[in-house]
Design a protein around this ligand. Structure first.
Ligand SMILES: NC(=O)NC(NC(N)=O)C(=O)[O-]
Length: 359
């Protein structure tokens, strides 16, 4: 089995939970291309069939009986440098795509507008013209992964990692499979290259789209803290930061006179912001965390260009189950943020609304 490379810790910009999208696919016969960029790890149900064939958790085209090969065009969540990819063929054992390659592109608004807005329906005249249009547009995009063999989706061979050295920045990719077959998941790991915002623009400084990344954490047993940086609301409990229950928690919880608990223990995660900024309002969403929301949260900030010490941005605030909370705050410029929850639990999304501050 291949060991997990360092680039796999970077943000996955093709994932639909990051905002990645399928623009076009030559064929979706057995299973839609959208599943290839879905967040959760792939699963297999031996007895599940559809009217088209075996239900598979990934993108799977039909066995080709016409000339050519299958390919798709994907829009990345934001313009980014691509550092590496993972092609996971999980459970595609007799039907995995034998080889793949990837091309990259930067499309401006005009070029983006030329992209057919729906996926092709094989056989129709409109689909044939979409296919030709897409092929003309994307055929000569620079290759970032050359034609590369894939291994079948058994436990010890499914994870096909590949380093990318000339990876952009790009806004779109074209994934070619030779000649046909299935891929369970594609992950495109990279570093955001967002356009710097104007000084008066209010933006979410915690968003992965503005280049924010999780740099460290104490516990991520059920969900990684980076999930809190995704756009929109969380799809479910798996799409958030969730720690394990603290094993050292007291056997009997002690209560305050107002009925709240005496908290002991905490968990933390630190983030490097894509833009240095001043924070004005903090959003903490415990969406889906009902029996496992944290008792409270506090947030500290640090300016790597200034004092380089943690200062309080948000004093400890009580949280509730399955709820979007908004807290006003006022901070000086910060480049890093530390989120501490007590004693443990899950947070779906973090929003740090504010303004970028020039270096
Ligand atoms: N058993 C299969 O998976 N067969 C076929 N694929 C699906 N999804 O049915 C195939 O051979 O390409």
């Amino acid at each position: 089995e291949q060991s997990v490379p360092d680039f796999a810790k970077l943000t996955d910009f093709v994932c639909s939970s990051s905002g990645g999208q399928v623009v076009f696919a030559t064929d979706d016969f057995f299973s839609p291309c959208e599943l290839m960029i879905s967040g959760p790890d792939p699963v297999f149900f031996p007895d599940r069939f559809t009217e088209f064939g075996k239900w598979m958790d990934g993108w799977e085209t039909r066995r080709k009986r016409v000339p050519g090969h299958d390919w798709c065009v994907l829009r990345l969540a934001t313009k980014c440098d691509i550092k590496g990819v993972l092609v996971d063929t999980a459970f595609f054992t007799g039907n995995f795509a034998p080889k793949y390659s990837i091309q990259g592109a930067v499309l401006n608004e005009q070029e983006e507008a030329q992209i057919p807005k729906r996926k092709s329906e094989m056989g129709s005249a409109a689909a044939a013209s979409d296919l030709k249009q897409m092929n003309d547009l994307s055929r000569d995009w620079p290759e970032i992964v050359p034609r590369t063999p894939l291994r079948p989706g058994y436990e010890d061979t499914r994870m096909n990692y590949r380093n990318v050295t000339s990876g952009g920045p790009y806004t779109h990719i074209r994934v070619n499979i030779y000649p046909d077959g299935g891929i369970a998941r594609l992950r495109v790991f990279g570093v955001a290259q967002p356009t710097p915002p104007a000084a008066d623009t209010r933006l979410d400084l915690a968003s992965l789209l503005t280049g924010t990344v999780c740099v460290d954490y104490l516990n991520a047993h059920y969900g990684h803290p980076r999930n809190m940086l995704s756009p929109g609301r969380g799809a479910g409990m798996a799409d958030g930061w969730e720690t394990a229950r603290r094993p050292d928690r007291p056997e009997v919880l002690l209560g305050n006179s107002d009925g709240t608990i005496v908290v002991s223990g905490e968990e933390w995660a630190t983030f490097r912001l894509g833009f240095r900024g001043a924070l004005e309002e903090i959003g903490v969403d415990t969406n889906h965390f009902k029996g496992n929301y944290p008792d409270s949260i506090k947030i500290e900030g640090m300016d790597a260009l200034g004092e380089e010490s943690w200062t309080t941005v948000l004093k400890p605030k009580k949280l509730s189950a399955h709820k979007e909370h908004w807290f006003p705050c006022s901070s000086g410029p910060v480049t890093h943020v530390r989120v501490t929850i007590a004693p443990d639990g899950g947070v779906s999304r973090l929003r740090l609304m504010g303004h970028a501050v020039a270096q």
